[in-house]
Design a protein around this ligand. Sequence first.
Ligand code: BGP
Length: 461
Amino acid sequence: TLRPFPNDFLWGGSTSAYQIEGAWNEGGKGPSVQDTKTIPSDTSDFKVAADHYHHYKEDVAMLAEMGFKTYRFSIAWTRIVPDGDGEVNEEGIQFYDNLINELLKHRIEPLVTVYHFDLPAALEEKGGWSNRATIEAFVRYCGILFDRFGDRVKFWQTINEQNMMILSAGAVIGGGATTMKETYQQNHHMLLAQARVMKECHDKLPDAKIGPAPNISTIYPKTNDPLDIQAAQTFNAVRNWLYLDMAVYGRYNNVAWAFLEANNATPDMEPGDEETLKSGLADFIAFNYYSSGTVEYYPLEEETDSVEADQQKGQGVPGFFRQVEHGALDKTEFGWEIDPEGLRITANDIYSRYALPLVITENGLGGRDTLTEDGKIHDTYRINYLRDHIKQVQLAITDGVELFGYCPWSAIDLISTHEGFRKRYGFVYVNRSDFDLKDLSRLRKDSFYWYKDVIASNGEN
Ligand code: BGP
């Protein structure tokens, strides 16, 4: 029999500052790498996004109408410290003060990500995460957040999907690393920064909880050939356990470290780094799940000239692994495999290793969504995806996993990291397209009413 969802289960939804706020240069905000990076010519830039900066009251009211218990959002570093390490921008503080107060007015628990792909451009220009000074700037920025919002924010996440930033080698960090060694040197600095910030949070806010927010998916072997199984074990370590062993135990996972050694990519450490990594550890684990992954062994003799490209995309490393199609899973219209059972498998993999409370901070289906003549959006495909994944969440809870919240991506439509405004994830439709801002009005999709009922019935309906 299925165990019921806990009474205090945090049903919610998720967004990120750079994908939802717009007002990219308003309110004293400085440019981030998302404002300075080259945008594909066929997708929208992030200057207006969903214009949440001006619509936040209306948006929070819609989240409250669905019955949200929590809302996972990120604070833009460059609204708080426009150049990354200089003056504090009081207008930026004011915006998040207003947002947090609006959430609390509706009794919605803020679940705050301090850094979601939007490194200040000014820091990028000074070497970004290759520069150890960025660690200090990050610790200072987070200290300001704890000082100014710590009285109302109880749940903090450090870095959104650091593992995806590293595996895409700079695609979202901005400072595209050119070698695996440089990529994992940047990663080491981010891990040091995370540990320092978790320690700072524990020192300043003893009642708050803080943890990482990686994208975790259990990786399957393509066949039961031991070489494929070893390839999956290695990629699971490099993609997943490197980040969670660090956040929970403050050390590098041995299989991941061996992989870095074999590729001459172990980071240079300074005296004290190992102690620093152990100085701030996670109270909980937030993770994002969209689908499982599948790898096979990548024979050295098949090494192609695209090795650099393979490595840069985290898609494959000769002699170790390369990502392949699962072959039996359905896909979204944007080609992402759909694997609801993989969510239960992943939750159990995490919980059986680390035994910390878990919260799912992203899970969703990106679709083109059609606005009908009478202003409806029949996103049945999204309802089906979410219903199937919520079922697996309940199975994981029945397996004994301490899952305390579920925040689908995305609470309202916003700009996709890779596909502009045409790839929508929200329960709320935002009336604009990539190049036509229309009226930015908000409309309730079918999934809005469905999710409202899921929450009202605490997952029974
Ligand atoms: C995750 C990011 C989110 C969001 C999501 C969907 O990796 O944390 O910011 O972008 O992916 O991806 P996309 O927008 O490319 O469909």
